[in-house]
Design a protein around this ligand. Structure first.
Ligand code: FCB
Length: 469
């Protein structure tokens, strides 16, 4: 059954990919619906730069990226795309591409100090930005936490300290009072899995700690922070939508053996159910603690209820699948497939994973909220040649993933929009500036932006869609 569905999907997306006009979806595609939002996403630390300006305090990523060996080539976000100074031109560029939505994040260390006192200059930056987006008629999705925790909070334990969740609710309170009316949708957190697991579990991301017990406790406090913030956002800005953004991973089994099937199940528990179960069911998956014995977080009375506050939307970020086998004990190990298409990150291009996960969640969680794909895209080693960037692999990637989204919609999943990751090349965390995810190229020595072919084609499609009655 699953194999049949995949074959159909390949045929459909192949057809879409093969059309003469490279970005025209089939006539019956949901992408033609004008209320299906198409936008692009960025995040504060990845694009803003200006890390010492206007009273911004250090974040965990300033400190982490300055440590030797943590980020490829020793890159940091100190300058990044210099968006803090070039925001007007960047918004013009976004608007000129006809993109209808923009997902951005706020740098917590820019807007309040260690005592919680608002920093007017930092707040004004986001006010100007959001007002301009509104003037341009662009739908705004604002993420409160895209990984740049103020370092002063990390110095007091960061996400291992329960108090950080309460500080986050204070921050959400300030932002929603200041920015109410300019934000269409608030996302509390971006990818708590990455914050918890990469930040505290294996140390690949800031703050760089590596302990399984830390990962589950950090996740608990992140989800608590989310749950505490939701009612605050609702009270201060009732007209906007409130949600959270989760990364999801497809795990497939390397064989039909029970052990490998179980391994793939555990992979998805660790990547997906760890976040979605507490949010949507108010429980942690018990399988997680079979996989990681002895890592149960400390949960206080009422926490699970707080973190499962009803959501207006769920943001989903999807990139690739992982093929796994049993590790011979209680867990799984990666078994990279050979002969499959991969991106500059080494990630497999696997659009069916997006469709299969979405349809799976739709049957697992009866209260699944409306979904936005808040990130999807790929990195390639793009070069500007004669003033142009021909990112052929990305064009096919985007079309195949959009086709997968369309299939999920047709299978009954309520998906309302899709944001390209990313509007422009930027600081790709531990991989620095080498990995280019943008639909706009950035020359970091001159800060020149060059629209890639993929963005031109998306723009052409959006123009055509707008012109239809
Ligand atoms: C996601 C992050 C985003 C970007 C992409 C490639 O995990 O949310 O900031 O780095 O991966």
């Amino acid at each position: 059954m699953a194999n049949d569905a995949s074959a159909v999907s390949d045929a459909l997306s192949g057809d879409f990919a093969a059309r003469a006009d490279p970005f025209t979806p089939p006539a019956d595609s949901s992408l033609w619906h004008k209320n299906f939002l198409l936008g692009a996403a960025t995040a504060s630390y990845q694009i803003e730069g200006a890390v010492n300006e206007d009273g911004r305090l250090p974040s965990i990523w300033d400190i982490f990226s300055a440590k030797p060996g943590k980020v490829l080539a020793g890159d940091t976000g100190a300058v990044a795309c210099d968006h803090y100074h070039r925001w007007e031109a960047d918004i013009d560029m976004l608007a000129s591409l006809g993109l209808e939505g923009y997902r951005l994040s706020i740098a917590w260390p820019r807007v309040m100090d260690a005592a919680g006192v608002p920093n007017r200059k930092g707040l004004d930056f986001y006010k100007r930005l959001l007002n301009r987006l509104k003037e341009k008629g662009i739908t705004t999705f604002v993420t409160l936490y895209h990984w740049d925790l103020p370092q002063h909070l990390e110095d007091r334990g960061g996400w291992l300290n329960r108090d950080t969740a309460y500080r986050f609710a204070d921050y959400a309170d300030l932002m929603s009072r200041e920015l109410a009316g300019t934000v269409d949708a608030w996302a509390t957190l971006n990818e708590p899995w990455c914050s918890a697991y990469l930040g505290y579990g294996n140390g690949h991301h800031a703050p760089g700690l590596a302990n399984g017990r830390f990962a589950t406790q950090a996740m608990h406090h992140l989800l608590l922070a989310h749950g505490l913030a939701i009612p605050v956002l609702r009270a201060n800005d009732p007209a906007s939508q409130k949600g959270i953004v989760a990364n999801i991973g497809r795990g497939t089994a390397n064989s039909d053996s029970d052990a490998d099937q179980r391994a793939a199940h555990l992979f998805e528990v660790q990547h997906n159910a760890w976040i979605l179960d507490p949010l949507l069911k108010g429980t942690y998956p018990q399988d997680l603690f079979e996989l990681w014995p002895g890592t149960e977080p400390l949960v206080l009375d009422g926490d699970m209820q707080t973190m499962s506050a009803p959501l207006d939307f769920l943001g989903i970020n999807y990139y690739f699948r992982t093929n796994v086998a049993s590790d011979g004990a209680h867990g799984f190990r990666d078994v990279p497939l050979e002969g499959v298409e991969r991106t500059q990150m080494g990630w497999e291009v696997y659009p069916d994973g997006l469709r299969d996960l979405l349809t799976g969640f739709n049957s697992t969680y009866p209260n699944l909220p409306p979904i936005y794909i808040t990130e999807n895209g790929m990195a390639s080693d793009d070069q500007v040649i004669d003033g142009q960037v021909d990112d052929t692999q990305r064009i096919a990637f985007l079309k195949r993933h959009l086709a997968a989204v369309d299939q999920a919609i047709k299978a009954g999943v309520d998906i309302r929009g899709y944001f390209l990751w990313s509007l422009m090349d930027n600081f790709e965390w531990a991989f620095g500036y080498e990995r280019r995810f943008g639909v706009v190229h950035v020359d970091y020595s001159t800060q020149k932006r060059t629209v890639k072919r993929s963005a031109e084609l998306v723009a052409k499609f959006l123009k055509e869609r707008k012109a239809r009655v």
